[in-house]
Design a protein around this ligand. Structure first.
Ligand SMILES: N[C@@H](CCC(=O)N[C@@H](CSC=O)C(=O)NCC(=O)O)C(=O)O
Length: 276
């Protein structure tokens, strides 16, 4: 792993790291904020998954997480949203291909060679972080935005021992039932919708997956709310499965990082309180 960026910020350091990924077969870049307090005792770690069109840099530059991460002594890791490179398949649309990995392991050609983001975020990256930073991997949580909120919910539900806490900003809660997810899943996973269920938070809950509780923030002025995000489906699934869900709806907030950065400190405090 190579450090390609390093900046002091609050009581900690913002690193940008690059490594050759075995999952994707490409170089992968991620941001890692490490509070100074982690030098005294291994710190809890939060993985933040970004949305469509993002690299590691969007949340690093606009998410405003460092003050809270430094105050709560939490490491924050922000991976890219897909493999990238001239040899990696892509699509002209913003919601498919590079920048739109949807945190799945693709099974369909030509995507299956490199688009293995589930393995990357669930196995390879946590192992690399545990080996490379003063992180207490028994105290890891996950959160994310939109497509990344979908990834975080799925990871928290499928791997509650790995990701003990889960929250999201404006997540795609049921990708199998909305246009963004239908397009990505049919392309990456094929037409058998049974294969989609393990990457769909609402379907996972319907199939018995559990997590201790979920925090979701949602802007009411989000243009994607009714067609792509549909938080009411998560509300219904959590109620039926007795999973405590705190869904906070905020008048006037849209889908952007102005919304995310407003509630970022709340999410970091929420995770930190639960991870100890
Ligand atoms: N048509 C838009 C859509 C892209 C967009 O809104 N991306 C969001 C995530 S949406 C769901 O995953 C985002 O985080 N954008 C990056 C940012 O810095 O705001 C477009 O192409 O802009």
């Amino acid at each position: 792993m190579e450090t390609i960026g390093e900046h002091r910020s609050f009581a900690g350091t913002q690193f940008v790291c690059q490594h050759q990924s075995q999952s994707t077969g490409t170089p992968m870049t991620f941001a890692a904020y490490v509070p100074d307090s982690a030098q005294d005792a291994p710190a809890p770690v939060l993985f933040y998954l970004s949305g469509l069109t993002c690299t590691h840099a969007n949340v690093m530059e606009k998410g405003e997480y460092r003050r809270a991460a430094s105050e709560h002594g939490v490491i924050v890791i922000c991976p890219d949203t897909s493999p990238r490179g001239d040899d990696v398949p892509d699509d002209d649309a913003y919601d498919l291909g590079q920048g739109a990995g949807f945190y799945v392991d693709a099974t369909e050609a030509p995507w299956s060679q490199h688009f293995r983001m589930w393995r990357y975020i669930s196995e390879e990256l946590p192992a690399l972080v545990g080996d490379s930073f003063p992180a207490d991997m028994s105290r890891a949580g996950i959160f994310g935005h939109s497509m990344g909120g979908h990834g975080a919910l799925v990871a928290g539900l499928r791997l509650p021992e790995t990701f003990r806490t889960v929250s999201a900003f404006a997540p795609i809660v049921a990708p199998s039932r909305v246009p963004w997810g239908e397009k990505a899943f049919s392309t990456y996973l094929g037409m058998d919708q049974d294969a989609w269920r393990k990457y769909d938070a609402v379907a996972l809950i319907e199939d018995g997956a559990k997590t201790s509780e979920i925090l979701v923030d949602q802007g009411e002025a989000d243009v994607f709310l009714a067609e792509q995000l549909r938080p009411e489906l998560l509300e219904e699934a959590c109620a039926a499965a007795s999973i405590p869900l705190t869904l906070r709806r905020h008048d006037g907030f849209d889908h952007s990082y102005y919304f995310i950065s407003t509630f970022m400190a709340d999410h970091i405090a929420w995770h930190a309180e639960r991870l100890g």
